[in-house]
Each structure stands twice: as structure tokens, then as C-alpha cells.
Design a protein around this ligand. Sequence first.
Ligand SMILES: Cc1cc2nc3c(=O)[nH]c(=O)nc-3n(C[C@H](O)[C@H](O)[C@H](O)COP(=O)(O)O)c2cc1C
Length: 195
Amino acid sequence: MNIIGIIASQRKEGNTAFIVNKLLEGAKDQGAKTQSFHFSDLNINPCRGCMACHKGAEGCVIKDDMQKIYEEMEHADAIVLGLPIYMGQMSAQGKIFTDRLFARFSPKFSPFFKEVVTKQKLVLSFNQGNPDASLFKPYMDYTNHMFEILEFDVREVPVVTDLRSGAIDEREDLCMSLKNFGSALVLEEAHKSVS
Ligand SMILES: Cc1cc2nc3c(=O)[nH]c(=O)nc-3n(C[C@H](O)[C@H](O)[C@H](O)COP(=O)(O)O)c2cc1C
């Protein structure tokens, strides 16, 4: 199984990077091939709204690092999208990534990906400073639904909360449950292929 992680935060050693990497670690332990893309290492521009992706057959015409992600997404069975909550919503990096998907992953809008028949798994992993997990739930549910409309098989990881107090790497239960979630993703796929 091939899994890519997208870390939609500018903080290189931040919470989102930690969470996505733990999820990928669990998947790797079960034999998955994993790699992560960190926004702080990439030059990814916002969608220009030029609609060239829908008029032509080449996909997005912005030649930046998103092209590498498009390429890897074509070969990925699952995408782990790590989204920190900034001002009650996904970070700007998360939104830039989401908008750029317009060019590639919407057969309803674009002829480019018509041949996609199997839905790609999308693991949405939100994290936030506030300890109340229900605070942004309507927004998270809405976002899950939006990605489902875009033909993803959305998997929700429980939101990681209370990230203003203490170091995330000291939360052993959290680390374990993130790794278990990553492992389960691979085991589920393996189970499907033998049944
Ligand atoms: C600009 C900014 C806005 C934030 N807004 C919220 C918020 O609205 N609610 C919340 O619970 N946490 C908020 N936080 C806290 C982050 O969600 C939290 O620290 C997260 O783990 C940061 O991830 P990172 O280390 O990968 O950047 C905010 C942090 C920043 C920097």
C-alpha cells in the first residue's frame, strides 16, 4: 500500500508534522510505502482560478511543487492530510492544497480524471489548541462531506486537542493511538484483498 502524508503547516517540527508522521509510522510498520510532504519545504501557490485545468488536458498549469504531489497522488492508495485549526478553520496551507485539487480530482468537473474508478482514501487529521473536541465539529463534518463529494473515501481520525499545553511527544496514549490508526489503514486493505 502506498500512502502519502501532506503536512499543511509551516512549522517544521510542529504538531501537525508529528501527528502525520506518527500515522505514517504505524502504516509503515505494517509494510506500507510512505512519504510525507511538508509545506515548509515546498513552494505551492494558490489556485489562480484560470480554469486552464478544465479547458485543456494537462491538468494544473501552475508549475510549482504541487506538480510533485499530483504525480505522487496518482500512485497513492491513501492520502493523510494533516490540518491544524487556525482561526476556527483549516490552515491556509490546507486550503491552498484543497483548492489545487480542483484541477485533478473531480471527475464531475474535469475530464482529466475520468478513468479513476476506485475511490482514494483520504485520512483527515485535524488538530487544535483548544481542549474541547466538539468546538469545531460542525466545520470538520462539513469538510469531511466536502471531500466525499470530491469522490474521496474519507476516513476521520479523532481530532487531536489541547495542544497548547505540554509537548505532544510526551503523550504516549496519543502516539500509540495514531500509530494504531495508521496500522489499521493498511490491515484493512490487506484484509480486503484476501477476502
Ligand atoms: C494563527 C493560529 C491560529 C490558531 N487558531 C486556533 C483556533 O482557532 N482554535 C484552536 O483550538 N487552536 C488554534 N490554534 C492552535 C493550533 O491549532 C495548534 O497549536 C496546532 O497544533 C498547530 O499546529 P502546528 O504546530 O502544526 O502549526 C491556532 C494557532 C495559530 C498559530
